[in-house]
Design a protein around this ligand. Sequence first.
Ligand code: PGA
Length: 312
Amino acid sequence: MRQATLHQLKVFEAVARHNSFTRAAEELFLTQPTVSMQVKQLSKAVGLPLFEQVGKRLYLTTAGKELFITCKDIFEKLSEFESTVSNLKGLKKGKLRLSVITTAKYLIPRLLGLFSQHYPGIDISMKVTNHEGISERLVNNEDDLYVMSQIPNDFDVSVVPFLENPLVVVAPRSHRLAQEKNIPLKTLADELFIMREPGSGTRQAVQKLFDNHGFSAKVKLDLGSNEAIKQAIAGGLGISVLSRHSLTSESMNSEIVVLDVEHFPIRQHWYVVYPAGKQLSIVAQTFFDYLMNEGKAIAEHNFLNNISLNQK
Ligand code: PGA
């Protein structure tokens, strides 16, 4: 292993993460033969094959899997070291990795703008995914911080509440119930519903509420994105339940509307989460502090403004 270089480990890590030589080459701006060569040399230094090809698929061997875990540790330590050094130099520099639930993608990027102005030396990568995806990333320790609504109960985490995330019933503006108040849930029995995909936390929360009230919704279709659902509602395909944050003022004012249905909104919260006991990097801690102070204040202000615009 002493002959292995850091560069080879970087190349190997990218191939293992993407499960593909081609995609690793693209990410690293290298040619595919260079990537193959680096992995081959690394494999020689290890003394065992790191990948095996079965048909068209690439699999990590047992040695490959072990090395992949080791690589993650090494790169995490190196990035911690980088930020420690930057901190010693009085600079906040380094990489911030975030995972954000789909409902929070309307807000967090806005907050990143101001953060980036304060800390231009911090590079950010942000993954947007649903409940299932974000829980998986959390368990695999892939990011520094996670913004999500439903906390996994089978994994030990540190959790700090961030902002409310109410789920509301959304319909086309021309809907027959658009002007009604306190609509009984059973009135929606004949409506066609558009649901988020399995694996979505929104879907889970809606299903739980329906089950609790013995309501069975007619589900017309599943869609894997809040944006696609808004378009489908506007197109007259049906009604749905979405995070209020996904209803920006432009779309609300024109084509879609929130229905005032009993038991709604479903009161959810976003939390900032990370694995319990994980030592946050200086960069992650800086973002965390920003989020809980300026970030939260801006978000609350924008949210209230948006609601009052929507109600006009
Ligand atoms: P999701 O988000 O439906 O994309 O999983 C739900 C949430 O806000 O928890």
